[in-house]
Design a protein around this ligand. Structure first.
Ligand code: FAD
Length: 471
């Protein structure tokens, strides 16, 4: 019988225990299903997922002599159990991706497989360590990053699995009754944004591993440069990690090896790995608070009078706040699917503190626009900035975008790059913005808002927060 791999977010051949297990079961049948969960994720991340799918499909074809991924449309728990029954398959392999929506789907899958005595087997690989392996002294989950990070370093990440073999035997049995989609005919996944094509860095696991090596060669510049959106000092791996084109355990293992042989990079690599642990921490929190993307982890914050349908939300989404660093970040994200981490913080702080708009509206816009969208990282960071997360910034911490711009973008290069009109900018990237937005958004060159709005927003936010704390 064939070995079935249910692909969800693990588009790679290296360190992929689910793939290894499927290969061990029999001739490989890798399946990707365009289901409700896929179609309800944001446009940019769906587009990015398509590129990951294309890339893995091409690599698999090379290894199998022509057989790629079978793409089907529908609900996995309705399609796969009858297929498995027909083919006499007893195990369905999947890399675990522990969101609450996936848990529900896995539950339905198990129920559908049970009557035929078949099972769903979940495999690790998405994280450095199993989120439940790290517990506090009294068995609970960590709510604070530093002790969590210490525990991860002490325990050490799980060792990567072996790479998939050079030659893979593919399943050639006919899939009666099913109508697989051709990769380039899976149109719903394509409905991205034209600008993303223009700015996209290469996708696929080869590109991801090369990017990691390239970053490790310049890791000594990371601690000094990582807060600077005008420089290219960070790894740029988040897109690849989000779709599983690179395994975090391989990132860890290669980085540790590099720190050993190139001690000049050791400090930079140490800092970089702390960030990779933040990613694990966000999943640790998501498992503890499955509602993290939709509800405040500190429930008292549900009582905060967030503005829900403020007209300023549209201005923020359209990058028309009049604050240069905020608008530059929002335009970078719209056009490229990415935004520098520091700028994400400032942009999120502007929405939740200066405009007092519900953090969930910001989270949703990010989820639609980011190619590195990750449900855990996005939710943890939004709650951190808004002040309602378990590990949140203090309420009075309100980023001053002008001061941050001086600090992070001292020559204004980042802002000039993305804002047509800022400081006489005429960069090609800034012009692409005007071409890519819907006509209704086009207000011509970017214009700053009145200087008083900074102080006004800050004072209003502090007053609202102080009043909330008093009640
Ligand atoms: P590097 O600096 O090279 O870091 C290496 C890796 O560490 C990253 O690829 C990422 O996997 C992880 N990492 C770094 N910072 C964080 C962090 N603060 N939280 C969790 N993991 C981190 N990151 C996402 O991957 N997806 C998201 O949807 C996302 N949403 C965010 C929303 C807000 C409001 C904020 C403030 C941050 C968000 N981040 C998100 C975290 C961070 O901005 C990105 O991971 C980072 O900018 C990616 O760039 P890089 O790969 O070059 O990072």
């Amino acid at each position: 019988a064939p070995g079935i791999l249910w692909l969800t977010r693990d588009f790679r051949l290296h360190d992929n225990p689910a793939l290894q297990a499927a290969i061990a079961d029999g001739p490989l049948l890798p399946v990707f299903i365009i289901d409700r969960l896929t179609m309800t994720q944001g446009a940019a991340s769906r587009w990015r997922l398509m590129r990951a799918l294309q890339s893995l499909d091409a690599t698999l074809r090379q290894r199998t002599g022509g057989k790629g991924i079978t793409i089907l449309r529908g609900e996995a728990d309705e399609i796969l159990p009858p297929l498995m029954k027909r083919l006499g398959v007893r195990r369905l392999h999947q890399s675990d991706w522990p969101t609450s929506e996936m848990r529900t789907l896995q539950g339905r899958m198990r129920a559908a497989l049970r009557p035929a005595g078949a099972e769903l087997v979940l495999h690790p690989g998405h994280l450095l360590v199993h989120p439940r392996a790290i517990r506090t002294g009294n068995g609970g989950a960590y709510r604070v990053y530093s002790p969590f990070a210490r525990a991860v370093r002490q325990l050490g990440p799980d060792r990567p699995a072996a790479d998939a073999p050079r030659r893979i035997t593919a399943c050639t049995e006919p899939l009666q009754g099913l109508d697989p989609l051709k990769l380039d005919l899976a149109p719903d996944l394509h409905r991205g944004r034209a600008a993303l094509e223009q700015f996209a860095p290469p996708a696929g696991e080869g590109a991801a591993l090369a990017r990691l090596d390239d970053f490790l060669d310049r890791a000594s510049a990371y601690p000094g440069g990582r807060d600077r959106p005008d420089l290219d000092a960070t790894s740029g791996l988040s897109d690849h990690l989000a779709v599983g084109e690179i395994s975090p355990r391989v990132v860890w293992a290669r980085a540790m090896l590099r720190a050993e042989v190139s001690p000049e990079h050791a400090a930079g690599i140490g800092k970089f790995l702390s960030e990779v642990i933040w990613r694990d921490f966000s999943w640790h929190l998501l498992i503890e608070f499955p509602q993290m993307p939709v509800a405040c982890c500190r429930p008292e914050w549900e009582g905060f009078p967030w503005r829900k349908d403020a007209p300023e939300l549209i201005g923020w989404q359209r990058a028309e706040t009049g604050v240069a660093l905020v608008d530059a970040g929002l335009r970078q994200m719209w056009l490229t699917g990415r935004m520098h981490n520091r700028v994400r913080m400032v942009v999120a702080s502007w929405l939740t503190k200066h405009l007092l708009i519900d953090w969930r509206a910001g989270l949703a816009h990010f989820a639609d626009c980011l190619t590195d969208w990750d449900p855990a990282a996005n939710a943890m960071n939004w709650q951190w900035v808004a002040g309602c997360g378990p590990n949140a910034a203090p309420y009075f911490r309100i980023f001053n975008p002008e001061r941050r711009a001086e600090q992070y973008d001292p020559q204004g290069d980042y802002r000039r790059r993305w804002l047509a009109g800022f400081d006489g900018a005429s960069c090609p990237e800034a012009e692409v913005w005007l071409q890519s937005i819907p006509p209704a958004w086009n207000r011509g060159p970017w214009l700053p808002g009145p200087p008083s709005m900074l102080a006004k927003g800050r004072n209003a936010a502090l007053a609202a927060l102080a009043q909330f704390r008093a009640t």
